[in-house]
Design a protein around this ligand. Structure first.
Ligand code: C2O
Ligand code: CU
Length: 569
């Protein structure tokens, strides 16, 4: 790649000395081919064709070491154009490969291919990749495993082996038809028909006994379990019968170990968990089900896999199930999430911004859109919508990155507001005209190097719910969460500025708030949205554009020679 010249090694060495080892020396280069194609799968007694990568569901795993780069050539042999996103990978200075459709690129047309340069930097642990067009991510997703750099090791006991479990959603119908129909009628999209673990619903569902995913373990060994929530519309509680979980990383950053009997994981989040096979050799259920503390329709079924010990013993007549909290148990969810703290060790230091120079206060709401026909299926015979600061995001017809980089007018406006149009009792009984948002493509411009704080304020509009907000291009520190309305005097006093977790997706509590901080040191065009797919489809999105700094090293990389064309431009 022409990067292995002497000068960069000298610089890398100097950087290593200065930064105590957190520098990014040139890493290894990997090449992957992703072939998108339709494939038949039979689940829940019916066969249907789904879009896959390389014919598998979930798709292939990308494995790298910290600081490496992966070139992924996506060959679209499917029926329609789409894009792929590397969730949680910061891709420094390289928004060209980030992927969200019509945000950083136009879809890869069917019959063509596009190579992404996925640049890993500080991430270490588990992330994932997924389609970022319509609802295609339901079947087009897979794991990204980032091992410690060469000659470094985990900040915990070296596991004997590792395992990845991906939680997913299965719909009997066509996912894109489901969301298109919902958007057309204005109502809620159909809920999924099952959840899956590594593509299999598990034996609590019809016709699923034989295919239940089995994780084989040896008695006495300790495993590094990587759990990814790729579910479309529900947060999840996850547990393994009789086995403790010791959570050691979240969103590819280490945390202080938490030993627990269950975790709450939102769509978009990943967790690295140590599991020791220390129970009597037998079969134990791994189970995962929804955590939805709102008054909304959701899938309340449970997906299972089996933790199965190797060896000679008679299989149990009944396999024990773990105790999962109730679907609406927000105390159980909070009891877990409030324990999460950054490891913040000498080898894995953190650096929490304390001189905030750009503050955003963003309300996160479900809304109504006036029905364009005589009657819609949403509340008040209107259509459902969603917004950030009362602006429901409209996806433009060509990508924002190209418009920004090339100075094309009329694609977006740079006036996403720093606060909502009205301050009211956000989490009380909402009675004002913020029920109807405006519909626009407004982005927030941020100067390079600013220390940014964003306070997400949940509201009770239409339906109060937990919202897993996700930001591309960054990980950020979750410095505080609370219930009710954020209070600018008292709430910051509760912040954790010592060891807040460094994550890329956070659950904004139902009728509560969450505060995040980061340094705007990654120039580019970065999508920010709720990772509940229906909320994002309704407009719970915006874009942060981090401007270039003063040097080449603090500016966006030049675009690759080829980007997929924008046919509608
Ligand atoms: Cu997991 Cu915008 O993505
Ligand atoms: Cu949401």
């Amino acid at each position: 790649m022409g990067k292995y010249n002497n000068m960069s090694w000298v610089l890398a060495f100097v950087g290593f000395m200065l930064l105590g080892g957190i520098c990014k020396a040139n890493g290894a280069i990997y090449n992957y081919d992703f072939v998108l194609r339709e494939e038949n799968f039979t689940k829940l007694c019916t066969t249907k064709s789904i879009l896959t990568v390389n014919g598998s569901f979930p798709g292939p795993t990308i494995t790298v070491r910290k600081g490496d780069t992966a070139f992924v050539n996506v060959h679209n042999q499917g029926l329609y154009g789409l894009t792929i996103h590397w969730h949680g990978v910061k891709n420094p200075r390289n928004p060209w490969s980030d992927g969200p459709e019509n945000i950083t690129q136009c879809p890869i047309p069917a019959g063509t291919n596009f190579t992404h340069e996925v640049i890993f930097s500080s991430e270490e642990g588990t992330l994932w990749w997924h389609a970022h067009s319509d609802w295609t991510r339901a079947t087009v997703h897979g794991a990204i495993i980032i091992l410690p750099a060469l000659n470094t090791s985990y900040p915990f006991v070296t596991p004997d082996a590792q395992e990845t479990l991906i939680l997913g959603s299965w719909f009997k119908g066509d996912v894109n038809e489901i969301i298109e129909e919902a958007l057309a009628t204005g109502g809620d999209p159909n809920i999924s028909d099952a959840f899956t673990i590594n593509g299999e619903p598990g034996d609590l569902y019809d016709c699923s006994n034989e295919t239940t995913y089995r994780w084989l373990v040896d008695y006495g060994k300790t495993y590094l379990l990587r759990v990814i929530n790729a579910v479309m519309n529900e947060e999840h509680f996850f547990a393994i019968a009789n086995h403790n979980l010791t959570v050691v990383a979240q969103d590819a950053a280490y945390i202080k170990p938490i030993t627990t009997s269950y975790v709450m994981i939102t769509p978009g989040q990943t967790m690295d968990i140590l599991v020791t096979a220390n129970q009597s050799p037998s079969h134990y259920y791994i189970a995962s089900t929804s955590f939805v503390d709102g008054d909304v329709a959701f899938n309340n079924s449970t997906t299972t896999a089996i933790l199965q010990y190797n060896g000679n013993y008679s299989a149990p007549s009944t396999i024990p199930l773990p105790n999962l909290p109730d679907h609406d148990d927000d105390t159980a969810a909070a009891n877990f999430t409030t324990q999460v703290r950054a490891l913040a060790s000498e080898e894995h230091p953190i650096s929490v911004p304390v001189n905030i120079s750009h503050r955003l206060f963003i309300t996160v709401s479900i809304n109504e859109r006036i029905c364009p026909n005589s009657s819609c299926d949403g509340p008040d015979n209107n259509a459902l919508a969603a917004s950030l600061n009362n602006i429901s995001f409209v996806t433009p017809s060509i990508d924002i990155l190209q418009a920004y980089y090339g100075g094309i007018n009329g694609v977006y406006t740079p006036n996403f507001p720093d606060k909502p149009p009205y301050f009211f009792n956000f989490t009380g009984l909402v009675q004002n005209n913020t029920i109807y948002p405006s519909f626009a493509t407004k982005v927030k411009m941020i100067k390079y190097g600013k220390e940014v704080e964003i306070i997400f304020q949940g509201t009770s509009m239409i339906a109060a719910e937990n919202h897993p907000m996700h930001l591309h291009g960054f990980s950020f520190y979750l410095v505080g969460t609370g219930s009710g309305n954020f209070n600018s005097t008292t709430s910051p006093k509760t912040y954790n500025l010592v060891d807040p977790p460094e994550v890329n997706t956070i659950g904004v509590p139902k009728k509560g708030w969450a505060a995040i901080r980061f340094v705007a040191d990654n120039p580019g065009v970065w999508y920010m949205h709720c990772h509940l797919e229906r909320h994002s489809s309704w407009g719970m999105n915006t874009v942060l554009i981090v401007r270039n700094g003063n040097t080449t090293e603090t500016s966006i990389l030049p675009p690759p020679a080829y980007m997929p064309p924008c046919s509608k431009s």
